[in-house]
Design a binder for this molecule. Sequence first.
Ligand code: TRP
Length: 338
Amino acid sequence: MSTKRILTGIRPTGPLHLGHYIGALKNWVELQNSGKYECFFLIADIQATTTHAGAPEKLKENIKQVVLDWLSVGLDPQKSNFVLQSQIGERHELTQLLSMVAPYNDLLRNPTLKSELKKQEDATVGFMIYPLDQVSDIFMIANTPMQSDDEILVPVGDDQKAHIEFANRVARRFNSVYHTDLFGQATAMVGKIGRLVGTDGKEKMSKSLGNCINLSDPAEIVASQVKKMFTDPNRIHGNEPGDTKNNPVFIYHRAFNDNLAEVADLTARYQAGTVGDAEVKQKLVIALEKFLVPIRAKRAEVEKTADIQAILEEGTQVARLHCQQLTKQMRQTMGLVL
Ligand code: TRP
């Protein structure tokens, strides 16, 4: 029987926001609920320490918050495995073993890593090898050996595509160096993923820019963030025709307002110059509240009832068992046995 597995991850660096929802979570929930895959959702806590070191209490809190965010949008530990990266000792071993065949020059050429390194003055060794560590995240849940009709699908944003290609090169390299077919290939799933601009219209929501709306934000914060939102910068008076295509408020309407007739009406009136920003924003607040109220309710419920530790332990154990098989087989293949 062939297996179809999904593996994807997120770094626990702060509360998840609407950008995470549109760019990842919405798709993950659909994949989970399709019932077609065995899903592994990974909290990349080791990877978080490549950029957010030195704050253990904060990290622990962030991990807990990610689980609550996941539960509140409908990821379900009864259907999916929630995996805590740091808790699988064999996963670290996998990185070490793979590092012996992973081409160093590939890392240096990795475009995502390169652009991230430019932003960091004193990048660590751990940061340099995070793409390799991510190869371990992906392959640790593979069957040993991976069968030709097994699939590992990795839903990620565009920026992660190079990492998946790297993972596949490392896997092929291991197979070729050791004349084995232990590893198969992983497939990036990039098509369906959207991207949401920040409330200021900047390319991405990010905590440091203060342009986020978090899934856990209360109604007052949502309203005040929307009030501050950027619209069409060229529309100085409220009664002139405005752009709706690149206008963040309209981008959000299209992403979150399920009242399609209202969105069409606002769009037409905005383009004609017969509606002001205030009304468009006010209706966005209503639409966002409609979206967020059930998420908040679910969060309030799981905050009381969910055993976060047990959820993580259970999901992590499933990944650990796969990973133990793989590393054991690798050690034998590589001659690393007594
Ligand atoms: N690098 C990803 C990010 O920053 C998180 C991640 C860690 C991941 N391990 C992964 C994504 C494995 C996909 C597969 O968002």
